[in-house]
Ligand binder design. Structure first.
Ligand code: DGY
Length: 321
């Protein structure tokens, strides 16, 4: 009998085709993710689960899984929605998709950086509102990138890829990344600093840490007060790293210059969220990895992890905790 798997979303065919070759796959057909109770029911009978960041795979869900469940394969690099420790305790392996989305996510972080520095969204809205009457010497003036300082919080794969882009734009690069040493990063022209120094010296700050107990709420009212009044904060990591109410108050009061977010807390952001009323805040709907090629590679890697786990083989990308 072919192994049974539950795939919690319609993922790109590149991954689905691999899965269908060897498994009996049930694919959740809706645009919206399956309710928690549905996933909790499925894991009682399937050998493998392919999840996305929308699925809450917590300890009770894992405890209720059948003994046949061997693998949870997440189609994302972040897996803060999965209690990986609870899975490990039950002998269930967890896979994720690092590496393949590094460039796409770094591109999006840089796109947000450029868009907020040069007020692209405001410019588009200005035209749509019929305000463009002539070339104006003092309209829509933004900030330069060249010579400005970019502070990168978290120098993993994506943080480093953002640094490479910034170096091409002639930026000074600071990074806060306690696990790195100067030798690791000097070849990239990066200076390692404390978080406080990074916050106070950077013109642009980009977040690239995973969400965990240490990073939840890491950017709060106090850290926002340490930033320059002109600083722009960019987040393509996870929403709960920023205290969003504090961010709103800081931007509204001019404590910082603006923000650009690909991730929010909660997701989706309510359409009447006060942050959306601020012209110097850009919000996009968690599209860091949303290029066709990248999503194909993520689906393929997630499928490969799933299949390996089902057959008790080492996962190409296993989450180690
Ligand atoms: C991830 O992979 O963690 C992103 O947030 C979604 O692509």
């Amino acid at each position: 009998m072919r192994p049974k798997v539950f795939v919690s979303r319609i993922i790109p065919e590149a991954g689905l085709n691999l899965i269908r070759e060897v498994c009996e796959a049930e694919i959740w057909p809706e645009v919206m993710p399956p309710p928690y109770e549905v996933v909790a029911e499925k894991v009682k009978t399937v050998d493998g689960l392919l999840s996305t960041l929308n699925d809450r795979i917590d300890a009770p869900l894992i405890a209720g899984a059948g003994t046949q469940l061997k693998v949870i394969s997440q189609m994302a690099v972040g897996y803060d929605n999965i209690d990986a420790k609870a899975a490990q305790t039950r002998g269930i392996v967890v896979g994720n998709t690092p590496g393949v989305l590094t460039d796409a996510t770094a591109d999006l972080a840089f796109a947000l950086l450029l868009a907020s520095a040069r007020r692209i969204v405001e410019g588009v809205e200005y035209i749509r509102a019929g305000k463009w009457r002539t070339w104006e010497p003092k309209a829509l003036l933004g900030g330069d990138l060249s010579g400005a300082t970019l502070g990168i919080i978290g120098l993993g794969r994506i943080g480093e890829a953002v640094a490479r882009r910034a170096s091409g734009f002639n930026m000074q690069i600071l990074a806060y990344s306690p696990s790195k040493n100067s030798e690791d990063v000097s070849r990239l022209g990066i200076e390692l600093t404390s978080l406080d120094t990074l916050l106070s010296k950077s013109d642009y700050i980009s977040i690239h840490v995973p969400l965990n107990a240490q990073t939840r709420g890491m950017i709060n009212a106090e850290s926002l007060r340490k930033m320059k009044a002109s600083a722009i904060l960019i987040n393509t990591a996870r929403g709960p790293i920023i205290d969003q109410q504090a961010l709103y108050e800081a931007v509204k009061a001019g404590v910082i210059g603006g923000a650009a977010l690909d991730v929010t807390n909660p997701e989706p952001m309510a359409f009447d969220d006060p942050l959306l009323s601020l012209s110097n805040v850009i919000v996009v709907p968690h599209i860091g990895s949303a290029s066709q090629h990248t999503r194909d590679k993520m689906a393929t890697m997630a499928a490969e992890n799933l299949i390996a786990g089902i057959y008790g083989k080492p996962l190409p990308n296993q989450v180690i905790i």
